[in-house]
Design a protein around this ligand. Sequence first.
Ligand code: 5AD
Ligand code: SF4
Length: 443
Amino acid sequence: MEKRSENKEPLKIYIHTFGCQMNENDSERIAGALIDQGAEFSPSPEESDLIIINTCAVREKSEEKLYSLLGRLESIKKRKGLKIAVVGCVAQLYRSRLIEKKPFIDFVIGPDNYREMKHIIADHFKEKIIATSWSQEWHEVSHPQIFRESHISAYVTIMEGCNNFCSYCIVPFTRGREKYRPMENIIGEVKYLAGKGYKETQLLGQNVNSYKDPETGMGFSGLLRKVNSIDGIEWIRFVTSHPKNFTIDIAKVMKESRKACHQLHLPVQSGSSSVLKAMNREYTREEYLEKISILRDLMPDISLSTDIIVGFPGETGKDYQETLSLLEKVRFSNIFSFRYSPRPLTAASLKKETVPFDQKKKRLIELQNYQKKLQLELNKSFLGRVIKVLCLGKSKKDPSLYSGRNEGYQVVNFKSEDNVIGHFVDVRIDSCGPYSLIGEVTQ
Ligand code: 5AD
Ligand code: SF4
């Protein structure tokens, strides 16, 4: 950073993150690298020298959020002369076109170029820079440097990119092909986190089940076994799993490993085999349900969540009803549901949209209400039970309550006499809503 400022004032950075856990972890890594170079966090965009916006391109709406934030920042930039970096998936997608569209942007940096950020920013602070190249190698970030939001639960990236090309998805075009982090480095990072007192780790990647150690060829179930043997970490989770790559072997390791939470996010996208085929998902409704049944046979208490897209081109009323019936059959503890949004470069964007906007909207609202009813039923089955909860902080809505997650990754808000942040506690559940369980710490 010295080259940037002669008077040695630390660079003040402000980071705004859109999107998934991968983006959150990327922002933690970017912040860490810049802080290591002497930068400091700024409490607001107005007081910063550099605003970094980490973007998501997965749906049109995510992109619109970026433009509305940029609209607000443009006037601050005019007044204060600060620098703006747009990084992540939207940066990778539009490259120089982003600066053509919004000339007040200073840096456009794609997901495979974050390691360059500290140099770009130190050496070229006065120039506009576009860095969106790809490389096939894994670039390790020094993990002690990572600036983590939480001191209790830590994200650990194990792979990047995706080879699947689901027909609706922009990710393979923004994050490139799969590359895997050496297992030794993953284990080193988890051991380090355990030493720092972290209780939980979430292994991250677009498609974690296809993980393969570049040195030994060991797959994801082997990695899970190794992470399970690290003392200190109590709970292990992982996202995201593709149903076609989720094997019985992984399910067995989840069952056998004491620390792997009996919880799985397994995005189905649709309950109709013909829509799944058009989405290029490479499994049928029946195959998905078969995997769920095997998982439940092995782990009857497993908590499942999923992603759903409604209104994909060609989705008929019958296809949509099949999605509702799949929700009814599986009884997910949580879902993330979206209206189909055509994205540049994807195969589906060439298809004619057959479900009108209002119909998509109607289907989404109906589906979400249906799931809300199912979730409330499921949550009611917890009433009177005592469950183990990892306390992550205070409840945002009601600061008189603590908040955490149970093994199934459900939100649990609860009363406690003592400050239990960062601890596992037993909570007796005495009420619930569709999106949370509510209770009190038992003595
Ligand atoms: N339209 C709507 N939803 C999408 N997703 C990915 N691409 C699209 C799109 N074009 C959803 C999928 C995926 C989640 C991260 O975002 O459900 O699993
Ligand atoms: Fe996108 Fe499919 Fe890859 Fe997931 S598996 S990131 S939905 S292409």
